[in-house]
Design a protein around this ligand. Sequence first.
Ligand code: G6P
Length: 611
Amino acid sequence: MCGIVGCIGTEQAAPILLEGLSRLEYRGYDSAGVAVFDDQAGALSVHKAKGRLQVLSDQLHGGADLRGTVGVGHTRWATHGAPSDANSHPQVSHSGRIAVVHNGIIENYAELKAFLMGQGIPFTSETDTEVVAQLIEYFYEGDLLQAVGRVLHRIQGAYALGILCADYPDQIVAVRKDSPLILGCGQGCSFLSSDVTALLRHTRNVIYMEDGDLAVLTREGIQCYNHLMQPAEKEIVQVDWAVDAAEKGGYEHFMFKEIMEQPEALRRCLSPRIQKGEIVFEDFSLSEDYLQKMNRIYIVACGSSYHVGMVGKYHLERLTRIPVEVALGSEFRYMAPIVDKNTLVIVISQSGETLDTMAALREARRLGGHILSIVNVVGSSIARESDQVLYTWAGPEIAVATTKAYTTQLALLTLLALWLAKRLGTISDADYQAGVAGFLELPGKMDETLSHRDDIQYFASKYFNHDSIFFIGRNLDYALGLEGSLKLKEISYIHSEAYASGELKHGTISLIEEGTLVVALSTFSSLFAKAMSNVVEVKTRGASVLALTTQSHREEMAQTADAVMTIPDIHELLLPSLGVVPLQLFAYYVALMRGCDIDKPRNLAKSVTVE
Ligand code: G6P
C-alpha cells in the first residue's frame, strides 16, 4: 500500500526516486508522483500521474527532465478520493512552498479541512494528505520544524510523511506514526523509504524510525528527534539482504521465483533451529513457570498469515492440548478477547506492518498477553513491539500473493508446536523424533513437489476457464483449502470458496452442477476415506474433481477424481506445508493463462497499512 521514497545527495534526484518507486510497486498502488527542488528555479517542481509508474516515468523521460538533487516520491493506493492526477501525491500547499507524501490516513482531516477552508485556503484534491501540506503552510512562520511540530499535535491517525519545503532546499523532513518509514544513511547522501528494498541499491545502513519519531535528512547525515522534539540517538542497522534478492533473476514473475525459492527459504528457516535431532530456538524461550501456567494460545493475523494460524491451531491443540483461538487481526480488537498474562499470543505477519495485526497486538499487550511474533521483515513494527520474535528468514517477498512467507511461517509455527509439546511433556519421545525427522525431509520433498510443476501446468490449462471453483477438505486439508482458494482468487480473479467438506450438505452442495470444478484436498491420511466419500458426492452431482493427495493414495484417488495432483508422503504435521505448493502453482498457471497481472493483482496491496 502507498510507498514513499526520498533522497538528498549530489546526484540528480528524479531518476533515483523513480527507480526507488519501482521497487515499491509491488506494495500495490494506482498513481504515482514526485516532487524535487529545482535549484535554478528556486522552487519545487511537482509531477503526478494516475496509473502505472511507467506513465509518470515516460512523461519525465525516466526523470532526466527534472533538475535537482533533493526530492520525494510516492505511489498511492487510493483511500480518500478516487485515483486521479489531482489526488496523487505529493500534495502541495496553496503557495507551492510545501510538498508532502503520505502513507496512512489522517482521521480528523475533514474537521481540519473545514477549518482551513474557513480561513480562505483553497483545496485542489479530495485527499486527507492535502490537509497536512496546507496545515504546515498555515503554521509556517519561517521555521519548518516548528510548523511540522504544531501540525503533529493536531493530526490524528496513522502516517508516514516525507516533507519538502522550498525554503529549505537542503533537507527533507520525515515523520512516522503507525506507518513504516526507514531511513538510509549513505556517503554524502540520505534516503527515506517505506521499505528497505528501495534502499538496498544505495546503502545497507538503515535506521528504523519508531512511532513519534521525526528526522531531518541532509547530505551530511540524518538527525532524529523523539516525539518531544528532543534530539535522539538512533541505532544504525546493517541490512544483510542481497541486492538481487529483490530482483526477478531471469524469472518472468516474482511469484514464480518465490514459489521456486521455497525449499531454500525453508532450509534457511529450519536448519539453524534443528540441531542434532533437537529443536533449538536460539533467541527464544519460555520459562518452565510460564509454560506451566499457560492457559490459552491466541493466534492473530490477516490474509494468508491467518491461514497459517488455521493450520497451526490443529497442530497446537493436537500436540499440546492447550486451547487455541485463531483470530483475524481486524476482528480481534472488537471481540472482547479473553487474554491475560498466562495467554501466549502468537502474531503472524510477513511484512510486520499490517495495521490490523498491529492493532490486535497492541490490544493483546494491553490485556497482559505475552506476545510472540512470527515475522519475515527484520526490524518491522510488529517485530519491534513484540516480547519475542521468531524470524522466518524467507528473504524479501515481492509478489503480492505470498508463497515463501506462508511456507516458512507455517514451518516455524509447526516447529514451535512440536517444541512446546516436548517442553510440556504432551508428546512421546518417539513421536517427537519422528516429527523432527519429518522437518529434515521437508525442503528436499518440496524440491520434489516443485519438479512436478508441468503436471500442474497441464491441469491449469484444462481448468483455467472456470468462473467458480470450490475447494473442499477436512481438518488440515480444510485449512489448506482456505489458502489454496485465496491464492487462486487473488491473482486469477476467479470466484472461489473453501469449505469444510462436512459442511457441503449444509448448503454448498446446492451450487454443484454439471461441470462445476471442485478441488478436493485429501492429503491427511487419517481422513482419506471421508474425503473420498465427499469426492463421490460431488461427482454424482456432475462436478469435475481435481484432487490433491499423497503419493500413496494417488491410485485410489485416480479411480474417482478426474485429475490428481500429488505430493510426496511426509510426516502428517508437514502435509499442509507440502500441500500448498501444488495449489500455489495451480493459481499461478491459471492466472498466467488468463493473462492476469500476477505480481500486482488489481486492488490488492502487499502490505496493508490502513484499517
Ligand atoms: C496482504 C497480502 C497477503 C498477506 C496479508 C497479511 O493482503 O497480499 O499476502 O497474507 O496482507 O500480510 P502480513 O504481512 O501481515 O502477513
